[in-house]
Design a protein around this ligand. Structure first.
Ligand SMILES: [Fe+2]
Length: 225
């Protein structure tokens, strides 16, 4: 997977507490333990988000791309929805450019500290939802989990968050796809979610996806290696 990712220009990979030596994280149902406290390691639905939303170290410290490979699908469920975050940006800007201004505020969205999580999450993560990097590319940091997010206490910010929820519920350009064994996704860190899936039947192996995350965007055009 990392070899494939490199051909798309991804060179800097996240070090994740659940990653193996090859940098891959196995996404499957955890049998108890701390990981089972985190929705990605359960069979519950995973709401709209961008990966790594709980960290904010400036645009260069954000997760910018994600590679997913399905090793085993669930017997039922587990479909993903995908929406290019640039489309969400356009919808909000078209509705009211001030909504974009609110979500680019450096304190637009706060993710509370997770004292039980890895050290990088022991302090709140405060930052914008939309940010533009030095190359002029749009990055997004977002989670739809109400319990996980404290929005800046400001009318425009609240309106922008509500508009984002509306776009994610109604947008016709959302791509919906259920990965089968051997299938995968490689792309920039766009908005995505996952539906619930059936746990493995007794005596069988459950849904297993491998994930790799990078601080680099997918290379395009003449810049592709
Ligand atoms: Fe994700």
């Amino acid at each position: 997977m990392s070899g494939l990712a490199r051909t798309f220009g991804l060179a800097r990979y996240e070090s994740h507490p659940s990653a193996g030596a090859d940098g891959l994280v196995a996404l499957e149902m955890a049998e108890g333990g701390r990981r089972s406290d985190y929705i990605p390691y359960t069979n519950r639905p995973l709401g709209w988000h961008t990966d790594g939303y709980y960290r904010c170290d400036g645009p260069d410290g954000l997760i910018r791309s994600v590679v997913l490979h399905c090793h085993r699908p669930a017997g039922e469920g587990g479909e993903n929805g995908w929406l290019d975050h640039e489309i969400a940006y356009i919808r909000l800007r078209d509705a009211d450019p001030d909504l974009i201004g609110a979500l680019m505020h450096p304190a637009a969205m706060t993710i509370p500290a997770d004292a039980a999580g890895p050290e990088s999450r022991h302090r709140p993560s405060i930052g914008p939802v939309f940010a533009v990097d030095g190359a002029g590319r749009l990055a997004m940091r977002f989670s739809a989990r109400k319990r996980n997010v404290a929005w800046r206490d400001d009318a425009k910010t609240r309106a922008a968050a509500a508009m984002l929820d509306h776009v994610l519920a109604e947008e016709p350009l959302v791509l919906r796809f259920r990965l089968d064994a051997g299938e995968g996704v490689i792309g920039n860190n766009v908005l995505h979610h996952r539906l619930a899936f059936a746990p493995a039947a007794a005596g069988t192996a459950g849904r297993l996806l491998y994930r790799l995350r990078s601080y680099d965007c997918i290379a395009t055009g003449d810049a592709a290696p």
